[in-house]
Write a protein that binds this ligand. Structure first.
Ligand code: ZN
Length: 135
């Protein structure tokens, strides 16, 4: 079964820490050893794993993506949000985290971030948890 995490974004571009929501789903699933697939079904958003401890890392990522992909650069797409589409492709729309002893195997400083590039909007992340149940 696929579960969903709803994410309400509050800015045009934002990285939102969804680690605790995903951990909650892993706990609920009672999977002891397996994998957690995360998929973002949007064309102007993405998902990434990076440092969650220092919020300035998040700001640096946003700032650097803005520099690489400016808001206006003579894009052809009429909707006016080509920068968001390009950022979505750069960051990617899926990731996987391994599960062991019922816990996500993230590194000490790692968090899972939903990446909004054309907000604010109501978004969702599809989550598929697979593996063997805890004994
Ligand atoms: Zn568009």
């Amino acid at each position: 079964m696929i579960k969903h995490v709803n994410v309400k974004t509050g800015a045009r571009v934002d990285l939102i820490d969804i680690t605790s929501e995903i951990e909650g789903l892993v706990e609920e699933s009672e999977v002891g050893e397996g994998v957690c697939y995360l998929y973002v079904p949007h064309t102007t958003a993405g998902i990434t794993i990076n440092e969650g401890a220092d919020p300035s890392v998040r700001r640096d990522i946003i700032h650097t993506l803005q520099k690489i992909v400016p808001r206006d650069a003579g894009y052809a797409h009429m909707e006016g949000n080509s920068d968001a589409h390009i950022k979505s492709s750069l960051v990617g729309t899926s990731t996987i985290v391994l599960i062991e002893q019922g816990r996500l195997q993230l590194g000490t400083w790692q968090s899972i971030f939903f990446c909004e590039f054309d907000g604010p909007r109501d978004r969702r992340v599809a989550v598929k948890i697979m593996g063997s149940k805890e004994p």
